[in-house]
Write a new protein. Sequence first.
Length: 283
Amino acid sequence: MEIAKTIKKAADLIKTARRRNKIIGFVPTMGALHKGHCSLMETSVKKCGCTVVSIFVNPTQFGPREDFKNYPRTLSKDLEICEDKGVDLVFVPTVKQMYHGKNLTWVKVEKLTLPLCGRFRPGHFDGVTTICAKLFNIVNPDFAFFGQKDAQQAIVLKTMVDDLNFPLKIITCPTIREKDGLAVSSRNKYLTPEQRKQAPVIYKALCNARNLIQSGTKNTERIKTEIKNTIEKAASAEIQYIDILDAGSLEELENIKGKTLIAVAVLFGPARLIDNILIDTKS
């Protein structure tokens, strides 16, 4: 496994793989790697001849009151995980490498970045799209792998790739969960033992919503109420949003129809946890 700390070294190593006719798979991460990241790596290694992982805690996607300084950084352990999973190249740039001087150019995706997390994290998706555009230009992958847990991010990046004609395909992989249903996340580390016991209520609420829909309920307000009532049974939970949207346009729905995204964000102390499920109906 190669490790590149500069853009030039990463680009040169990837060019060598290209000359060997390798298909390039890319897994962008902010480190603190967990089972979700491992699943993305495993999928890339199976599908591609060369898998590249980036580890970069991107400052431009954090708000002024968010956890950039305290975001978990576990590089040594992360590199061990990457090697164990068969990754070919790990790109570990510094902030100076990725943002040399004042960054004057930003990639913005309109409309899709306004609902869900966009309402509460202004500028977040501008940071995500800009850093991914930069990484895609450096790595030049054939495929880039993201998790369904970050559904809005995947939808936004697919749109960016399509609109700007990036020569790659975004692949969204299933959410990886703990045995009790909690979606695996780097931010789970912020949970106290008591909050960790309560946090699986998020997925329980989403499953209850799915059951309600499968039993014939279509009205989204009734479904939101069911989700809210379930989550509020956890004493530490503070609901930030419960949204039911068209899974393509991210427009709000009054009634369940077609491919639907049910997404929530819940605060447990300093831990902001997001999760979602997709429902696909024919009417």
